[in-house]
Design a protein around this ligand. Structure first.
Ligand SMILES: Nc1ncnc2c1ncn2[C@@H]1O[C@H](COP(=O)(O)OP(=O)(O)OP(=O)(O)O)[C@@H](O)[C@H]1O
Length: 250
């Protein structure tokens, strides 16, 4: 990345086994603010294991996670969130029977007079956030259960950012979305990079990876085989890195 720029997050020598399966065999990764980085690899390569470790959902067997210069052996989910690392789940994290503002503030509602939930503040701040992120929603008072997949993802992103998210992780962000929703979700992710957030996406869709990212980290059998600038490679080269097939040159 840009010379002199410090990574917001580094994974150093991360190893993780499940019984005799070595899911990660010493993974190194740097992530920078303002970049969208794809992690690609075949099924079972270790992508999900890596992001679960970064998000504090599982602990590595060894290695370090360095966030803004501070090294950790492992993170708890709470610690990861407090450090600004947020995984954006489109389905699991919203309460369908509550409205959008309630979902943005879920569990961290502002109070007034030390007693009452300050709904007005929640609504105003949610509206401002959706404007900043250019997310279209039918109404701030709509219930989460009435939203499309893309809009739900928007609410999840708004919540992550509202509570200090600096590195947003998306696992297959457009899986199960229609064409229009996919376009809106990709445009939102793109704008996050432009606004200075760090973004990691896991995707099997190389077309998406090439249209969205600045760098691509390829994982094969638990190892990072290469991290490349998207502009410097072709999709075929990335496929070769994923599969380990030798490059055939004309
Ligand atoms: N909880 C678990 N228990 C046992 N083995 C696991 C567990 N989670 C992952 N693995 C194994 O670890 C390896 C890496 O899995 P992981 O889910 O990280 O791969 P992935 O690259 O995300 O794959 P996919 O693209 O299919 O989601 C695989 O061999 C998988 O079977």
């Amino acid at each position: 990345m840009a010379e002199g720029k410090k990574p917001i997050l580094q994974a150093c020598g991360i190893k993780k086994s499940y019984g005799h399966i070595e899911a990660l065999r010493g993974v190194n990764l740097d992530v920078y603010s303002g970049e969208i980085l794809a992690i690609v690899g075949d099924n079972g390569a270790g992508k999900s294991t890596l992001i679960k470790i970064l998000a504090g959902a599982i602990a590595p067997d060894s290695g370090k996670i360095i966030v803004e210069g501070q090294a950790y052996d492992k993170l708890s989910p709470r610690q990861a969130l407090d450090l600004g690392i947020s995984t954006v789940y489109q389905d699991l994290s919203l309460v369908n029977c509550r409205d959008i503002a309630a979902n943005v503030f879920l569990g961290r509602e502002p109070v007034k007079c030390r007693l009452f939930i300050n709904k007005k503040k929640m609504v105003e701040e949610s509206i401002a956030l959706f404007q900043q992120l250019n997310i279209n929603i039918p109404s701030i008072h709509a219930l989460a259960g009435q939203l499309s997949g893309g809009q739900r993802q928007g609410v999840a992103v708004a919540r992550a950012i509202k509570f200090g998210g600096k590195l947003l992780i998306f696992d297959e962000p457009t899986a199960a979305m229609g064409v229009q929703e996919t376009a809106a979700a990709l445009s939102l992710i793109s704008s996050l990079g432009r606004q200075g957030y760090a973004v990691i996406i896991i995707s099997h869709n190389l077309h998406q990876v090439f249209s969205l990212t600045q760098r691509i980290c390829v994982i094969r059998q638990g190892r990072v085989v290469d991290t490349v600038f998207t502009a410097d490679v072709t999709p075929n080269q990335v496929v070769s890195l994923i599969t380990g097939a030798a490059q055939v040159t004309a």
